[in-house]
Design a protein around this ligand. Sequence first.
Ligand SMILES: Cc1cc2nc3c(=O)[nH]c(=O)nc-3n(C[C@H](O)[C@H](O)[C@H](O)COP(=O)(O)O)c2cc1C
Length: 295
Amino acid sequence: MIAQCKAGIVGSFPALNAREKDGEPPLLDAWLTRIQDELDRHNQANPDNPAAPFAVNQIVHRSNARLQRDIEICHKHRVPIWITSLGARPEVNAAAHDCGGIALHDIINNSFARKAVEKGADGLIAVAAGAGGHAGPQSPFALVQEIREWFDGPLLLSGAIATGRAVLAAQAMGADLAYVGSPFIATDEANAQPEYKRMIVDSGAEDVVTSSLFTGVSGNYLAPSIRAAGLDPASLERGDVSDMNFADASSRPKAWSQIWGSGQGIGAVREVVPAGALVDRLAREYAEARAAICA
Ligand SMILES: Cc1cc2nc3c(=O)[nH]c(=O)nc-3n(C[C@H](O)[C@H](O)[C@H](O)COP(=O)(O)O)c2cc1C
């Protein structure tokens, strides 16, 4: 995330990724201190090339017992961009606003989009078909078009965006910003295991399967990682939505710990590179695509 911000794009991470051991001080607090120190140092050394702001994702689901604590930590650190997913709550948006931040909410359809804005979100992240993680089922064309009929605030589009040309396409469709996830797994700085990075590089859209088995809600996963866990990606049982539990990943079967998520855009990922090199590639492709279309 720090590498993304230094490269000039908004980097983000889920607050729940910062997990301390029992009895230890909150790791999220330590991470945010480090992030701000490193970005401040970067800004002092590079006044002409400052870091982009960063975002923290809060899973707003009733099983997330840490939510209130994490909100307080993010408020204390004056996190500039708050992303909420799996639930929209006015008090999270209010906390973001109170410390000078903005709140963007993940949605997968127009009804959730309306609810999110009614509850005080400043902007929307349309998570369309083909996205990594808990992707929606809708085409990005349909989703953006329906939201743009009534919403003129900040709209981000997510789902299989992996090239600069696709970033331009997101804007052409009506989004303000493109939201890119899976390609950043295959970067030097990402904490992902080397085998996961390699699988992203070696896989394409055909290797991504949609299943609700692993979390209770539909998500996109790499088929080779499902096979490696001894399951057949073509005949997975359906998960139960009441199994959704963000409090405790260790309650899941151990064999699932190496089942890896990914969106469909990874055919564009050919090697593991520094995050800054990936950002440079996206910027170059974007400029080339725009010049070609304008010509
Ligand atoms: C392994 C993995 C984990 C994810 N975890 C989260 C998460 O905890 N919270 C969240 O809001 N989105 C999560 N996402 C979704 C991303 O925020 C983003 O919407 C998605 O990666 C964009 O699609 P793309 O991967 O095709 O670029 C996750 C995505 C992946 C691939």
